[in-house]
Write a protein that binds this ligand. Structure first.
Ligand SMILES: Nc1c(C(=O)O)ncn1[C@@H]1O[C@H](COP(=O)(O)O)[C@@H](O)[C@H]1O
Length: 166
């Protein structure tokens, strides 16, 4: 990471109402010190802005785009249609269908335009960010070591878990 201020990961979401979930991605990027940008971009409500964002992503140096959306979640797929920067899709839980609609909208892409799709909700947002970290770590040894250390401490925490019976 030569320039700490130049974002390597773009985090976008269809609405500010997605923030509760999507902040889990931002928190991971902050934890690993990966430069990122985060903003609301909607395929449905801001198609021109979405177009400009996706078309400029690669030239601006983004290595991954984490795109979260709920309901008819077309944002990740439409962004993926307009850039070869890998898109990591996060299904945001929806009010009536609890995110199953979001998940299927993001997951069922036609052959040739991939969106890597993660679990519905917070775990998906965090795991999308961990995947972006892993992608960047493939050419950044210091980041790779941080990711290894994260896994070790997670394992230690799991091994130390106690049940109330004990
Ligand atoms: N799925 C999309 C897109 C899109 O895919 O372009 N734009 C907004 N949305 C979603 O609409 C839901 C409700 O949004 P509001 O809470 O603003 O009404 C959000 O989960 C958002 O991601």
């Amino acid at each position: 990471m030569s320039d700490q201020h130049k974002p390597l990961v773009g985090v976008i979401m269809g609405s500010s109402s997605d923030w509760d979930v999507m902040q889990n991605a931002v928190n991971i990027l902050k934890q690993f010190g990966v430069p990122f940008e985060a903003q609301v971009i909607s395929a449905h409500r801001m198609p021109d802005e979405m177009y400009a964002y996706a078309r400029s992503a690669r030239a601006r140096g983004l290595r991954a785009i984490i795109a979260g959306a709920g309901g008819a979640a077309h944002l990740p797929g439409m962004v993926a249609a307009m850039t070869i920067v890998p898109v990591l899709g996060v299904p945001v839980p929806s009010k009536y269908l609890r995110g199953e609609d979001s998940m299927l909208s993001i997951l069922q892409m036609p052959k040739g335009v991939p969106v890597s799709t993660f679990a519905i909700g917070e775990a998906g947002a965090a795991n999308a960010a961990l995947t972006a970290v892993a992608m960047i770590a493939s050419t950044d040894q210091a980041l790779a070591e941080k990711l290894e250390a994260f896994r070790v401490s997670q394992t230690e925490a799991a091994k130390a878990m106690k049940l109330p019976l004990e």
